[in-house]
Structure formats: C-alpha cells, structure tokens
Write a protein that binds this ligand. Sequence first.
Ligand code: NAD
Length: 297
Amino acid sequence: MSIAWIGLGNMGGPMAANLVRAGHHVTGFDLNPAALEAAAAAGIEVAASVAEAVLSAEIVFTMLPKGEHVRSVLQGPEGILASVAPGTLIVDSSTIDIDSARQFHEQVSAAGFRFLDAPVSGGVFGAVAGTLTFMIGGADDDLAQARPFLDVMAGRVFHTGGAGNGQAAKIVNNMMLGITLAATCEGAVLAERLGLDAATFRTLASSSSGDSWPLRTWYPVPGVVETAAVNRDFEGGFATVLMHKDLSLALAAGESTHTPLDFAIAAHGRMAALIEAGYGDKDCSILVRQVDGTIQI
Ligand code: NAD
C-alpha cells in the first residue's frame, strides 16, 4: 500500500520512518529542507510538493503544527484534495481545534474522500519507539482501513467517537499535561532547594501520589530521566509554541462549554510569557528555568 506523509517534523519524521521500517513505501513532503534530508536518510521517498507526494497514495497522513496548516495543505490549489485519487483516506494526526476538524470531515467527504482526526499523545520518544496513543474521531470502516498503519506507530488506539472527537480527547489530555508539567517544574525546583536528591525524589514520587506523565518522562533536572529535553538544552521535543497552542484550544473549549479552567489559564500564561521572552521553539519543559529564576519573565 502506498502511503503519503505531509509534515516530517519532530513527530511526523519518526512516525513515517516507523512505517518504512515496517516495510511500507512512504512518499513524504515538508517545507523544511532539514526535515526532508532526515526523512530521506530514514528511507522515505522525498517529493517536491504536496501534490507530488500524494499522487499515487492510497492513504495520506498529515502531521502539521496547527489547523491553518492542515487547511492549506488540504485545500490549497496544489493541495491534497486537488491531487489524490477518489475515495482516498486522509488521516490528520496534528493537534488542531475541534471546529476545524469537524469542518475538514464535512469538506473532505463532500469532495468524495474520507477523513479521520487522529491526534496522538506520547511525545517524540513515543513517536520514535512506535508507542504513541492515538485518539480517533470518525467512521468505524475508515478506522479499520487505517488500523494496520496506526498499529505500527501506536501503543494504543482509542476510537473516541465521531468527527472531531479525537481532537476533543487530545485537547483535554494536553490541558492536563500542561498543568501537570507546571506542577512537576515547581516540584523539581522545590525538591532540589530542600536538599533532596533529584533522582531519588523522582523515583519515589513516580510511585507515590505526586505521579504524572511529565514527572516520569520529562523530569526537568539533567541526568535523571533519559527522555527529558532538559538533557538536550530543551532542543526538539514538544515546542513551547505548540503547548501554548494546545492550552489556547483548551481555553476556547472551556469558554464554549462554560467550564472554569483556572489552572489551565495559569499554565497558558506561563507559556505565553516564555514565547514573549524568545523561547517559543524550545521544549516546553523549559518552564523549569522560569521557576528556578534562570529565565526572568
Ligand atoms: P514540528 O514543528 O516539529 O513539525 C511540523 C512540520 O510541519 C515542520 O517540519 C514544518 O516544516 C511542516 N510544515 C508546516 N507547514 C507545512 C506545509 N504547508 N507543507 C508541508 N510541511 C509543512 O511539530 P511536531 O512537534 O512534529 O508537532 C506536529 C503536531 O503534532 C502538532 O500539532 C503538535 O501539537 C502535535 N504533537 C506534538 C508532540 C510533540 O511532543 N512534539 C506530541 C503530540 C502531538
């Protein structure tokens, strides 16, 4: 089966590479030459445009920053809808707003194609390891067609309902991630200042009531947990701009459902301040440097 992949960044690159390793032929496109170079090294056939990448694809994946990027890649004059064969299944794994995802379901199906919203959780390490959690919104038979490919990239696949419900699940999940990340950054700095050994504290908290995914996976003290971006000067990983975007999506959902989200508002404010201070491209766990006073915002 021929697969097209649009968006070969921190997440899309390793996800597409896992499909190649599983024996599939993947043709990919990205605007960033460095992403294309890494993709070619991983065995992905590099195309010169979106249109060229999707030309003979039976399934198309997109992994792009925001809804506006998905819209332009789908609907642009040289975009996916103008270039793929009738009936093609398009799977968007980007994290985007629920309304756009529902519009894409309608527009793609009106144009004679099929669509799933399929955002993921698990970070760059989950993308590399093929252990992502997928949250799927869309029809059963479309999920059944995508399933063998998702299984290559996934630890778990959850069908969370109809159009847009994958994004709804992802937005709530990431709101909780943003809040627990902030708690973990504050806890890590406080623990050190109280004279606790970082590695011992993180191990005990991970089997105590302070446990969370950022505590286990992103603990923001160097040398404690391999998967943490603090070990790589906060390069790669989950960019502060993307965490800010996800918290913005949660706040919008909170407004439309009249849900008070005070802790999400606080985490969103910290991400906005880090972006303002020039750290938007760094991994969002750089928040720890604001807590410890290295970054003044
Ligand atoms: P990224 O910025 O590393 O990758 C996005 C890629 O899309 C970039 O390489 C960019 O050049 C490319 N792109 C943008 N516009 C394009 C276009 N018109 N045509 C072709 N390529 C285009 O971002 P990422 O970290 O890979 O995240 C992608 C999505 O996954 C986001 O929605 C993010 O919120 C979500 N996500 C990220 C993580 C994480 O830990 N990084 C985890 C889960 C979900």
